[in-house]
Design a protein around this ligand. Structure first.
Ligand SMILES: [Zn+2]
Length: 208
């Protein structure tokens, strides 16, 4: 700690406070006492009022104290999240919690999740790794590939495909029937041409 007992021009006792981080100086009025260090307490409380800090016998000016706080905060938020530092295996308690929630949201009879639940949604609720849920679900419950929502969507897709197939078949029949009609009309047209030729202007003249 850098606290120097000094005196001002008129001889009044002062302490020169030096920032241990950057060397900045400030001066406060404080009695020195007999050996020059008795006034430390008073000097420290005065310099603290000016925004300085005195932590772990280290004196810091306002700027350096603010910097220290920011760095400390950054170090804390830079720490890994629980998921990153989590052990590879769930604890007994976590296993039981996963079992409990699977009992609620997994349909034993139909071998699928209820509603929109998945390994991920269960993991999120318990704040555990989705892989743990998948492992326990596989071992004690059943496959996790589907849930009610997916099944419902699957049904919808199947119905749509059936409807579309039926419409396609109907359209094909319609095309065939139109082709048949066109065939008939074109053969009628040929016959008409033959009749025209037979009763052409030359022959008509002859009739006259
Ligand atoms: Zn400083």
């Amino acid at each position: 700690m850098a606290l120097d007992p000094v005196r001002d021009a008129r001889g009044a006792p002062r302490y020169r406070c030096i920032c241990d981080d950057c060397g900045r100086e400030d001066t406060v009025a404080a009695r020195h006492g007999r050996d020059g260090s008795d006034g430390h307490g008073q000097a420290v409380s005065k310099i603290q009022r000016l925004g300085w800090s005195y932590i772990g016998k280290r004196l810091r000016c306002g700027t350096c104290e603010a910097k220290r706080k920011v760095e400390k905060m950054a170090a804390r938020t830079g720490q890994k999240t629980p998921a990153e530092t989590a052990p590879r295996e769930p604890t007994r308690v976590q296993k039981r919690e996963i079992m409990d929630i699977l009992n609620e949201v997994y349909d034993h009879d139909r071998q699928c999740y209820c509603g929109g639940e998945t390994d991920d949604t269960v993991a999120k609720v318990l704040n555990v790794m989705p892989g743990w849920v998948a492992g326990i679900r596989d071992e004690f419950f059943g496959p996790g590939g589907t849930n009610d929502d997916m099944a419902a969507l699957g049904d919808e897709i199947r119905k749509f495909m059936q409807d579309t197939q039926a419409r396609l078949t109907a359209a094909k029949l319609e095309v065939e029937s139109l082709e048949a009609v066109i065939g008939r009309v074109s053969s009628m047209s040929k016959t008409l041409d033959q009749i025209k030729d037979a009763v052409g202007p030359r022959n008509l003249v002859r009739v006259k």
